[in-house]
Design a protein around this ligand. Structure first.
Ligand code: C2O
Ligand code: CU
Length: 662
């Protein structure tokens, strides 16, 4: 069973156990000893069964069960034993008696309170998982115990108004709850001082305990020797690489009404009045210079080069690498186009809204001197005002292509959620992912390609004699390429329903292995683990129901600190019910393993990888691009609800104090 299924199963068992205990208590209170006994029998099956489901889940990793093993399960089992021992015999006697006296005996406090108490204890498990999440700490444990105790006391009180000990018990419950609250939220606020904005040498704690250990050579003395540089000094050069030219662009951010291909008009935030913004293209080695102006985006705007490893000062993160450009302001970005491939740019200020509203465009870099032969289409897919658009098309992109022409389709997902693509009518290859060419990509047909939010796939094929159709999410026809002869094409082209059933390509088994500069057996200088979940956490000032990283929400997630040259291993665990497209700025990461299995196909160098519910990804990167970087979920509304942190190189500082990261 997959980890995801096990999580669901465990949830089911825990809810069943809670329902059975509460049901037994309620039935007893209603003077129905037989029903109560039957429900209690059910509860006595479900409660130990929960131990089994937790144990099975533990096989996927401690992260998935930590709060269950340390708190929920002991609480459930203890309460079950107490209920069985105290209420059990009485209830059995009452149900055998089958008389009025038996019925009355069933509703005695000695029966009802332990049964309901076990119910509260059982319910505490799922409540803890959903509200408090990972990791369970003494504070959250105290709150939980206090809530369960409080519920028991209230029940007790309701059943027997005059119990002398009740006051003391209530008072201690309230104290426990308060102490728990303090323990939970105070560390988050005090961690503030150690968090993001200024990552001076040695001032910031690594994100996880393991990051701080076994790092010979990274003690305070070496940290102190890291040169102190403001991020604003880490800028691009002013000249291209030898043989390159300077490519100048000006992008003006402004609100505008955009006309889609169908004639439909949409209110948008745009670069130069269009969505997507003007494409930025260059040849490898060129110097790209982009002057960003803001006409009237009151929230402010920046340009972030998604997946492009620019110098940190050019990365466009407001409050970290620059201030957001206000209306009337401007900022000039410069970087050498060192990497070839398909990338995109987008605003990083209030990016959840900004990108959704249209502040994005394409960045494509081709190898120097590569003559453009054939058809090369860049196809950003975006959900715009409720419809799926490809570029500015809300109807299929139609193009006539001569048979035999080489075709390249560059798919880009600019949304918050993944899209599924199918290509019908031709055999093709997935030649590049996130801008990096794959090794030995084999021929594909009848495959579903799942593209993570923020990610890119390049597809290549030779135009056949019949039509070729690209579909998005098995409904929208995105592109239709036809030939003059207008051959009928094969069934795949016409049968959209069949395409919906094509199996999803597993990227970790596609292509052929090739050597990589490091592997999972390399010696890593730093290791960080990010456990993604939902839970109550302190956000920017107030507790929110956040998308959390190790139980914290931005800006309270400790910064990951690395030294230039470090080999860094990053483990990303998804304990929640949402998919998290993980995105580190400024570095491509090499996939070491997903759920413990190393890729068997091409090496995968990604800048955005989808961590689905229950998945564990191990990735690695060389810290070779000094600066201050965002590390976040590219479902930008998750990022907005806390799922972001900083990766900082020792010695790099920032003069900006916005700290919101966009
Ligand atoms: Cu494409 Cu920080 O984002
Ligand atoms: Cu997410």
């Amino acid at each position: 069973m997959t980890t995801d299924r096990l999580m669901v199963l465990d949830l089911l068992v825990s809810v069943l156990a809670a329902a059975a205990w509460v049901g037994a208590g309620a039935a007893a209170a209603a003077r129905r000893p037989r029903t109560a006994a039957a429900l209690m029998a059910g509860a006595l099956v479900a409660s130990p069964a929960r131990a089994g489901s937790v144990l099975a889940l533990a096989g996927a990793g401690w992260w998935f069960v930590q709060e269950k093993v340390t708190i929920a399960l002991p609480l459930l089992l203890t309460a079950s034993v107490v209920a069985a021992v105290t209420a059990g015999p009485r209830l059995l006697a009452a149900s055998r008696a089958a008389s009025e006296a038996g019925r009355d005996a069933a509703r005695s406090p000695a029966v009802v309170i332990p049964l309901l108490g076990a119910g509260y204890a059982a319910a505490a498990g799922p409540v803890q998982t959903f509200l408090l999440g990972y990791p369970a700490e003494p504070g959250s444990a105290l709150i939980l115990l206090a809530v369960v105790a409080g519920a028991v006391l209230l029940t007790w009180r309701a059943m027997t108004p005059r119990v002398p000990l009740l006051r003391t018990a209530t008072a201690s419950t309230v104290v426990a709850a308060l102490a728990g609250g303090a323990l939970t939220f105070l560390p988050a606020t005090t961690a503030e001082a150690a968090t993001p904005v200024v990552a001076t040498a040695g001032a910031v704690a690594p994100a996880t305990a393991e990051g701080g250990h076994d790092m010979p050579g990274h003690d305070m003395s070496t940290q102190a020797s890291a040169p102190v540089r403001p991020v604003t000094d880490l800028r691009g050069p002013s000249a291209p690489a030898p043989g390159g030219t300077v490519r100048r662009f000006t992008l003006t951010a402004r609100t505008a009404t955009v006309t889609l291909s169908s004639g439909r008009k949409v209110a948008a935030w745009t670069f130069d009045g269009q969505v997507p913004g003007p494409p930025i293209t260059a040849e490898q080695g060129d110097l790209v210079e982009v002057r960003l102006r803001n006409a009237d985006i009151t929230e402010g705007v920046t340009l972030h080069w998604h997946g492009y490893d620019v110098p940190s000062g050019e990365d466009g993160v407001p409050g970290l690498t620059q201030e957001a450009v206000p209306p009337g302001g401007e900022f000039v970005y410069r970087f050498v186009a060192a990497q070839t491939g398909t990338y995109w740019y987008h605003t990083h200020e209030v990016s959840d809204i900004g990108v959704r509203m249209g502040l994005y465009g394409m960045l494509v870099v081709t190898p120097r001197g590569s003559a453009t032969t054939g058809v090369d289409l860049t196809l950003p897919v975006h959900t715009f005002a409720g419809t799926t658009v490809v570029g500015d098309h809300d109807q299929p992109v139609l193009q006539e292509v001569a048979p035999g022409t080489p075709v390249r389709l560059r798919l880009v997902d600019t949304d918050n959620t993944p899209h599924r693509f199918t290509l019908a009518g031709t055999v093709y290859r997935l030649v590049a992912v996130d801008g990096t060419d794959l090794s030995g990509p084999g021929p594909l047909s009848r495959a579903g390609l799942r593209l993570p939010a923020g990610g890119r796939y390049d597809l290549a094929f030779t135009m056949p004699s019949g039509p070729v159709v690209l579909r998005v999410d098995d409904r929208t026809e995105a592109v239709r390429l036809t030939t003059a002869a207008n051959g009928p094409g094969n069934d795949d082209v016409t049968d959209a329903a069949a395409a919906a059933g094509w199996p999803e390509l597993d990227l970790t088994r596609y292509g052929t292995p090739a050597s990589t500069p490091y592997t999972s057996r390399s010696r890593f200088d730093r290791r960080f683990t990010l456990v993604l979940d939902r839970g109550l956490a302190l956000g920017d000032g107030l507790p929110i129901y956040a998308h959390t990283i190790n139980g914290r929400a931005y800006p309270h997630v400790p910064t990951q600190v690395v030294a230039e040259g470090d080999l860094v291993r990053l483990t990303v665990v998804n304990r929640g019910r949402d998919t998290h497209p993980w995105h580190l700025h400024g570095h491509r990461v090499l996939v070491l393993a997903r759920d413990g299995r190393a890729p068997t196909g091409s090496p995968l160098w990604l800048d955005t990888f989808d961590v689905r519910p229950g998945e564990v990804w191990e990735v690695a990167f060389r810290a070779a691009n000094p600066g201050l970087w965002m590390n976040h979920c590219h479902n930008l509304s998750h990022a907005d609800l806390g799922m972001m942190l900083h990766l900082a190189y020792e010695g790099v500082t920032t003069p900006f104090h916005g700290g919101h990261g966009g």
